[in-house]
Design a protein around this ligand. Sequence first.
Ligand SMILES: NC(=O)c1ccc[n+]([C@@H]2O[C@H](COP(=O)([O-])OP(=O)(O)OC[C@H]3O[C@@H](n4cnc5c(N)ncnc54)[C@H](OP(=O)(O)O)[C@@H]3O)[C@@H](O)[C@H]2O)c1
Length: 248
Amino acid sequence: MRIAIVGGGISGRAIEQAVINRGATPQLFSRSTGFDVLHDDATRRLAGFDAIIEATGTFTTSKKTATEFFTRSTRALAAAARNNGARHILLSIVNCEHPDVQGYGYFAGKAAQESVARIESENVSIIRTTQWFEFAEQNLARLKVGPVSFIPQMTIQPVALAAAAEVIVDFAVGQRKDSTADFAGPEVMTLWELTQQLPHTRRLTIPLPLPGRFGRAFRQGVCLPGPDAEVIGPKLRQWLTARPAQHG
Ligand SMILES: NC(=O)c1ccc[n+]([C@@H]2O[C@H](COP(=O)([O-])OP(=O)(O)OC[C@H]3O[C@@H](n4cnc5c(N)ncnc54)[C@H](OP(=O)(O)O)[C@@H]3O)[C@@H](O)[C@H]2O)c1
């Protein structure tokens, strides 16, 4: 079985490993491998794959930029999946469609992406997870000024990316077929608490209260999963202990 993984910055390698563990054959596609989802012929380039995992991303807080990027990515990959008879697996975020967070451009873009996928993709599974443990490191690198990184005040129930990758592959190989499924890790914490547990860093960290309605919602737990979410993966302490071995 051949699985195309499109995008997948931080997630691409984890999904690639999970595909290999399952005895299937992965191939990564992104601009750095010569594939631009916004401009290239996805149907032609992704012919011959049994599943297309959509893990594209762009870091922006602009609703317009996020919506344009995510919806164009999904239109292209929905068409490629349909034309090639492949399964389409879209990575998304628990509660990104919540009304309280539509003022946060990235989440508005993800919500628009989910809507396009539901309408245009015939054989899609939207796999929504909470923030990954690895999100804390992405955030340290993204929200930085000189030696300082800003940590948005968020209450989260983070999940290990490796555990998320395993369930994504369950759907890619056709073992599971729900059109939407939510997944979360086992513990509630703040992004600040998670970040402070990382063996990161000489970086200075400063809490960042996000403004307005979405900022309040993030602090009060809008990113927490509902009762239907499946809890997967290790607790933070176990994940931290296992990490050196995982990363060689
Ligand atoms: N981070 C989290 O905690 C989390 C949680 C739940 C869901 N998700 C979702 O999971 C998805 C993947 O997240 P991530 O954090 O792994 O992404 P990421 O680190 O932002 O990486 C996204 C990748 O997309 C590729 N890309 C960007 N523009 C592209 C284009 N025009 N054509 C082809 N590839 C393009 C980039 O590779 P190139 O530069 O090589 O093109 C990049 O490596 C996102 O949709 C995100 O919303 C993330």
